[in-house]
Design a protein around this ligand. Structure first.
Ligand code: BYC
Length: 314
C-alpha cells in the first residue's frame, strides 16, 4: 500500500468510529499530536497533586483529611494510567518526565495558581475537576483506544472529586459570614483560570483542525467551555455564590450563559512559564523526582533479582 492509500484507509477507519490501537499504522501527525496531548495530560494529573497536597495537614476535620487524601491518590492513579497510555506510543515515562523538566512538555495552566485557603480546595474540586470532567467525557470518545479507555475510569473518579469540592463550597456558603466571604473569594480567583483550562478559542487553536479530523478531540474547545459555563453558573447560584463577571447574562434565545472574554494575555503568560506558581511547581517536581531515584533503582534491582531466579516469581 502506498502512503496515500494508507492515509485514506486510516481516515476511513476514523470516520467509521473504529478505535485505533497501538500496533495499527497511524500517520506521523496523529502519533505526534496524541503523544503531546496524553503526556501533557499525565503531567497535569501529577503536578495537580501539589496544590492539594499542601492542604492535607491543614484539613479542618478527620473526615475532610481522609477525603482529600483519597482524592490526591486518585490523581496519582490517573497520572499512571495516562503515562501507560502514552507509553503505548513508544516513549517511556522517564523520557516524558525528562521532557517536562526540560520545558519541552507542558501541563495544564490551572495548576500554576496558588491554593490559599480551605475554600480554594473546594473551588479546585468543584471547578477544576468539574472542567476536567466536561473535557474528559469528550476524550472518552477519542479515536485512540488506550486513551479513550483510560478516560472512562478517570471520569468516574472525577465525578466524586467534583462533588466533594461542591460539598465544601456549599457547606461554607451555609456557614458564618467569614466562611461565605472565603468561599466567594475562592470563586473570584478560580473562575477565569478554570475557563482557560479548555484552551484558546477554536479560531486560535492550532491543533484543533487535525485533532478533530482524527477524532482525538470530538468537540471543540469553545463548545466544551460553554457546556461547563452553563452547568457551573447554575450550581454557583444554587448555593448563593456570585459568578465574578459583570457581563454574565442568560441568553433566552440560545439558552446559554454569556460571559466576558477571557484574559488571553494572562493565559499565554501562564502557559509560557510565567504564572504565579510555575517555578515552584516544576522545581518541586524535579526535587521529588531526584529524591525518588533510589526507589526506582531498588525496584529495578528487585525485578532483576526476581528474573534471575524464576522460582521466586509468583
Ligand atoms: N494549559 O491548539 P490547542 C485534573 C496549549 S488534570 C496549558 O487548543 P489542544 C486534575 C496546547 O497544549 C486534567 N496549555 O491545543 C488533576 C497547545 O500548545 P502546544 C487536565 C494549554 O491540545 C489534579 C496550545 O496551547 N486536563 O483534572 O488541541 C488535581 C494551543 O492549544 C492549555 C487535560 O490535560 C492549558 N489549559 O487542546 C485536580 C486535558 N490549553 O502543545 C484536577 C487534556 C491549551 O501545541 N488536554 N494549551 O505547544 C486537552 O484536552 C487538550 O490538550 C486541550 C488543548 C483542550 C487542553
Amino acid at each position: 500500500m502506498t502512503e496515500d492509500q494508507k492515509l485514506i484507509k486510516f481516515q476511513q477507519r476514523i470516520d467509521a468510529d473504529e478505535k485505533i490501537e497501538p500496533k495499527d499504522w497511524m500517520p506521523e501527525g496523529y502519533h505526534k499530536t496524541l503523544f503531546r496531548q496524553i503526556s501533557q495530560h499525565a503531567h497535569s494529573e501529577i503536578i495537580g497533586m501539589q496544590p492539594e497536597a499542601n492542604w492535607v495537614l491543614r484539613a479542618p476535620s478527620l473526615r475532610a483529611k481522609k477525603i482529600l487524601l483519597a482524592k490526591i491518590q486518585d490523581e496519582a492513579g490517573h497520572g499512571l494510567y495516562l503515562y501507560s497510555a502514552a507509553e503505548t506510543l513508544g516513549l517511556d515515562r522517564s523520557e516524558m518526565i525528562d521532557m517536562l523538566h526540560k520545558g519541552k512538555a507542558k501541563y495544564s495552566s490551572i495548576f500554576n495558581y496558588p491554593v490559599l485557603t480551605w475554600a480554594d480546595i473546594g473551588a479546585v474540586g468543584w471547578l477544576v475537576d468539574g472542567a476536567a470532567i466536561v473535557n474528559q467525557t469528550m476524550l472518552a470518545k477519542c479515536s485512540y483506544g488506550p486513551y479513550a479507555r483510560a478516560m472512562l475510569r478517570i471520569c468516574k473518579e472525577e465525578g466524586f472529586h467534583q462533588r466533594q469540592g461542591y460539598e465544601i463550597m456549599a457547606k461554607m456558603m451555609n456557614g458564618t459570614e467569614a466562611q461565605k466571604e472565603m468561599a466567594q473569594d475562592a470563586m473570584n480567583r478560580w473562575w477565569e483560570p478554570s475557563l482557560m483550562m479548555f484552551g484558546p478559542h477554536d479560531t486560535d487553536s492550532p491543533n484543533s483542525k487535525d485533532s478533530m479530523q482524527w477524532k482525538i478531540k470530538v468537540e471543540s474547545n469553545d463548545r466544551l467551555r460553554q457546556r461547563f459555563i452553563d452547568r457551573t453558573v447554575e450550581q454557583a447560584h444554587h448555593i448563593g455564590l456570585k459568578v465574578p463577571d459583570a457581563n454574565l447574562k442568560y441568553n433566552k434565545e440560545t439558552l446559554h450563559w454569556e460571559t466576558s472574554d477571557i484574559n488571553w494575555e494572562e493565559f499565554k503568560n501562564v502557559v509560557n512559564g510565567n504564572g504565579p506558581c510555575n517555578h515552584q511547581r516544576l522545581s518541586h517536581h524535579i526535587k521529588c523526582h531526584n529524591e525518588g531515584q533510589w526507589v526506582r533503582e531498588a525496584a529495578l534491582a528487585f525485578e532483576a533479582k526476581q528474573m534471575s531466579n524464576p522460582a521466586t516469581i509468583k
